[in-house]
Design a binder for this molecule. Sequence first.
Ligand SMILES: Nc1ncnc2c1ncn2[C@@H]1O[C@H](COP(=O)(O)OP(=O)(O)O)[C@@H](O)[C@H]1O
Ligand SMILES: [Mg+2]
Length: 253
Amino acid sequence: MSNLNEELNSVIKISNLSKHYKLGDVSICALDNVSFSVDSGEMVFIMGPSGSGKTTLINLIGGIDHPTNGSIEIMGEDIAQYSDKELTLYRKKRLAFVFQFYSLIPTLTARENVELTLELTLRKRRNISKIAEEHLTLVGLENRMDNFPFQLSGGERQRVAIARALAKSPDILLVDEPTGQLDQKTGDSGVSLIRKIAKEKKKTVLLVTHDHELECYADRVIRLRSGQIIADEIDSLMTNNTEGLVSNGAANI
Ligand SMILES: Nc1ncnc2c1ncn2[C@@H]1O[C@H](COP(=O)(O)OP(=O)(O)O)[C@@H](O)[C@H]1O
Ligand SMILES: [Mg+2]
């Protein structure tokens, strides 16, 4: 019975996943027979040193790249079998990304950046400006909606990217190195904000980082080394003390 429950709760189920890159005659093994599942609403961090396969893994789950072997079941469907057209639809409907450099459009305001993504992804366009405003308010930018990216600090730009990602209401949020561009305190509050909203809205989050200071925000940490999982740990601190840490973190925003 518990096995059945596990199956039903898994939003992501990775089995024997490998990725080899070919460079001329040389084959580089970026991911080597990796298996794990992620439950609905879980916040999982992928950690490991540079070159350990973190970005490769997130790109495969994000449907940006094709695996060499293995399956990537997302809500019961193996996206490794998808055509490019099906992958585009999958990315549009199920996923949102927060990239390291935020990828905001410099000539659009914060509000317009969020609205544009909604115009490209939502079928019903009636409430777009309301949804954009709601999400920018959720990340604390209610007074900065009509500012352009160059008028915002790094932390504020990251919050626009977080609002934009969550406004399309994805099932899964993928975040790659969220603190790379920020000082420790600002980076921390961005991740604690992602955690707070993801928990409220019951979103599944996969977050890649090499920053050990952020581990306290994870439900679970999967550690990679040379393309293999060397540890898969429930974060006992977070599980035992979720409320305290989340509210402390949120107070820094
Ligand atoms: N497009 C590519 N072509 C060839 N090798 C690649 C490519 N992308 C990544 N790699 C190699 O795969 C390994 C894992 O890379 P990556 O997933 O980017 O690691 P991380 O994100 O943990 O730093 C590294 O050895 C890297 O050099
Ligand atoms: Mg990387």
